[in-house]
Design a protein around this ligand. Structure first.
Ligand SMILES: NCc1[nH]cc(CCC(=O)O)c1CC(=O)O
Ligand SMILES: [Mg+2]
Length: 308
């Protein structure tokens, strides 16, 4: 009765990976229990999750190298499997809330979230590419657009573009405080999307900085974001708390791939009780102030809670 924080299956967005093909399912080596699935198998997984009470999903595509180029052209090809998958999911399960990812990296031959020229990321030249990607995803049926790229000004650019195309009801979950973190490596394995050169430190935030997150939040609010996200979650609980206490929009936290994998690895070694550590970690994210939690643990949590 006096518990101050209680997790619910409704708090979660479940990130899932999609690949081209039929009847394809590959486990991500560095993320035991997480798979890349073709659309047909992804639909089955989403149906199971909906039956467990998970309502929201964030879908990420894994593309072969042959589909990548400097301009992430494949991201707006109307025939590309990612957009077709989003459309199929929404028409099959209209009640599901579908979030899509806006950033160039899954389609970029440079493996960066923005356009690269002579080793530099061109911020402003990237914005129209991101906006076109967002429109294509909204057209496919996305409910929430998730710009994970960290270019300056992209929330406003995307909002204006969506509104002009009539997608006023599509919301934006901004990756507001996304840090240049070493916890993303298993995700980059899943998507085969690691940068080919350099790192992401010129556009993602410095882990040393806390108050800079307030500047990012203020800009995103003004530009029209509907949610503010902090990423990663566990090493950044102070950032979640700071944004929660100083802003009005719902705060989301991304419990990222490395945070999932390290608990799984310690559990497999018999060093930690994975289930208990998972619950304690998720609770800490909510206690810090996150209203929404993006987590690879969503289904495991839902399975543990299905009779409660
Ligand atoms: N746009 C890239 C993107 N979108 C989500 C993640 C990481 C998610 C995770 O680690 O679970 C990343 C990785 C990166 O910035 O390199
Ligand atoms: Mg920003």
């Amino acid at each position: 009765m006096v518990e101050e924080t209680r997790l619910s299956v409704k708090d979660f967005i479940f990130p899932l990976f999609v690949i081209e093909g039929i009847n394809q399912k590959e486990e991500v080596a560095s993320m035991p229990g997480m798979y890349r699935r073709s659309t047909d198998l992804l639909l089955k997984e989403i149906e199971e999750c909906l039956n467990l009470g998970i309502k929201a999903f964030d879908i990420f595509p894994a593309y072969p190298e042959s589909k990548k180029d400097r301009f992430a052209t494949e991201s707006i090809n109307p025939e590309t499997f990612y957009l077709k998958a989003i459309n199929k999911i929404k028409t099959t399960f209209p009640e599901a809330c579908i979030m899509t990812d806006v950033a160039m990296d899954p389609y970029s031959s440079d493996g960066h979230d923005g356009l690269v020229e002579n080793g530099q990321i061109l911020n402003d030249e990237t914005l129209p590419i991101l906006s076109k990607m967002a429109i294509a995803q909204a057209q496919a049926g996305a409910d929430i657009i998730g710009p994970s790229d960290m270019m300056d000004g992209r929330v406003g650019h995307i909002r204006t573009a969506l509104d002009q195309e009539g997608y006023t009801d599509v919301s934006i979950m901004s990756y507001t405080a996304k840090y240049a973190s070493a916890f993303y490596n298993p995700f980059r394995d899943a998507l085969d999307s690691a940068p080919k050169s350099g790192d992401k430190k010129t556009y993602q935030m410095d882990p040393a900085n806390l108050h800079e997150a307030l500047i990012e939040a203020e800009l995103d609010e003004i530009e029209g974001a509907d949610f503010l996200m902090v990423k990663p979650a566990l090493a950044y609980l102070d950032v979640i708390k700071l944004l929660k206490d100083n802003t009005q929009l719902p705060i989301a936290a991304y419990n990222v791939s490395g945070e999932y994998s390290m608990i799984k690895a310690a559990h497999e070694k018999g060093w930690l009780d994975g289930e208990k550590v998972m619950l304690e970690s998720l609770l800490s994210i909510k206690r810090a102030g996150a209203k929404v939690i993006l987590s690879y643990f969503a289904k495991e949590f839902a399975l543990l809670n299905k009779d409660k």
